[in-house]
Design a protein around this ligand. Structure first.
Ligand SMILES: Cc1ncc(COP(=O)(O)O)c(C=O)c1O
Length: 393
């Protein structure tokens, strides 16, 4: 009987060592005896009780993510959005207000509008580019730097101070910086959220999110929500993200380098009325980016003059060949998406009829991407477009 039992125990064969983290699939975790079963509590840090609460594979991923952001605790969720909803549901109760910047990843606001309000939790949309006084009942302030489509960089220290003034927790969606270009905990932020779907996995092939913290009590609140909502992640997915991490910094630097070069080049094209990228001196919040961040990511957006019209903007996007049309970012293939900017930011100063295209830059060369944009502008009849003179310009 005991020999039968031992055949099912996990083994680490002596003499075998390899570079990748071991991949452990487990729902059931087996205990050697009842005393151990009773002694282990799922709330304890890095204790194995059941697959939902962690396996050596997910714990390895959590540890590595903590190292990147100098965090102490990390919880994994099946998507970035699941990590956002876990944070909201862990920390908010009836009568509380959650504050969300108006340029945030839209499903964050949609979650508040469509679900939290039904639970008696109010949400308050604020302009991250102006000084703000949060309502008294604000319990949680979301930060996003920059807004991931319109790319304005807020004055984070001012927003953190305003949140602290009303005793609210601060949670930053730090996906754009991948935890590399900005270290939230050294700036007094309570929670860092990562959509690992983007840069960390890097393959456009996995969905996952992480919530990182330093404070033990805050981590426990989140951990209870994680358990109660049953937000486990698959072993294969965790392993895929682990596989992406050793190249994270290299890939991020490459995304950054090519995106900056493209943004600078696009500034020279009259068809783009505005090029939004925090490293460009006239992009909103550039001075805050320069002060607080050590790098920029792989996103750049352009705003077309209203006279171009949506049909020609759509024609331009359709004509792109290296860029593909699709959601997300941080993967190897560049993507383009058209937006109506008026629907993105309540407080933005957009002209009626303007269109915005967000490019997420993959791992292709600058030359190939520039040539693709040039040929698509040509094909949409936009290569010789010059904006009409407007009064005051
Ligand atoms: C800024 C930002 N945060 C969070 C998410 C959510 O990530 P996921 O797609 O893994 O739910 C996204 C996804 O596009 C995003 O752009």
């Amino acid at each position: 009987m005991s020999a039968e039992k031992s055949r099912h125990l996990p083994r680490a064969p002596a003499g075998f060592e390899a570079i990748p983290a071991p991949l452990h699939h487990a729902s059931t975790v087996v205990f050697p005896d009842v005393a151990t079963l009773r002694a282990r509590q799922w709330q304890q840090h890095e204790v194995y009780t059941y697959g939902l609460m962690g396996t050596p594979t997910t714990v390895e991923l959590q540890r590595k993510l903590c190292e990147i952001e100098q965090a102490r605790y990390c919880l994994l969720a099946p998507s970035g959005l699941a990590a956002i909803s876990m944070t909201d549901l862990a920390l908010l109760q009836v009568g509380d207000v959650v504050a969300i910047p108006d340029n945030a990843y839209a499903p964050n606001r949609e979650l508040a509008h469509g679900l939290l309000t039904r639970l008696g939790i109010d949400y308050w949309v604020y302009d991250p580019m102006r000084p703000v006084v949060f309502p008294e009942r604000t319990r949680l302030v979301w930060l996003e730097a920059p807004g991931s489509v319109t790319l304005e960089m807020p004055d984070l220290p001012a927003l953190i101070q305003a949140a602290k003034a009303v005793g609210a927790w601060t949670a930053i969606d730090n996906t754009w910086s991948a935890g590399l270009a900005y270290q939230p905990f050294s700036h007094g932020i309570d929670i860092s959220l990562q959509a690992l779907t983007k840069y960390q996995s890097g393959g456009a092939d996995v969905l996952m999110g992480a919530v990182l913290t330093q404070d033990h009590d805050l981590h426990l609140k989140l951990k209870y929500a994680h358990m109660r909502l049953g937000l486990g992640v698959g072993a294969d997915d965790a392993w895929l993200v682990l596989r992406g991490l050793p190249t994270l910094r290299l890939r991020y630097e490459q995304h950054d380098r090519v995106t900056r070069a493209l943004a600078q080049w696009m500034k020279t094209l009259p068809v783009f009325e505005q090029v939004l990228h925090p490293a460009l001196p006239d992009s909103p919040g550039h001075e805050y980016w320069q002060r607080d961040f050590s790098a920029a990511g792989g996103l750049v957006s352009v705003v077309f003059a209203a006279e171009v019209g949506q049909a020609r903007v759509d024609g331009f996007v359709d004509a792109l060949q290296v860029f593909r049309i699709g959601y997300s970012w941080g993967g190897p293939v560049s993507l383009a998406l058209p937006y109506d900017p008026a629907t993105l930011r309540r407080h933005g100063a957009w002209q009626p009829g303007q269109s915005l295209v967000r490019f997420c830059i993959g791992l292709e060369s600058f030359e190939d991407l520039r040539a693709d944009i040039e040929q698509a502008l040509e094909s949409a009849g936009l290569s010789r477009f010059s904006p009409p003179l407007r009064s005051g310009t």
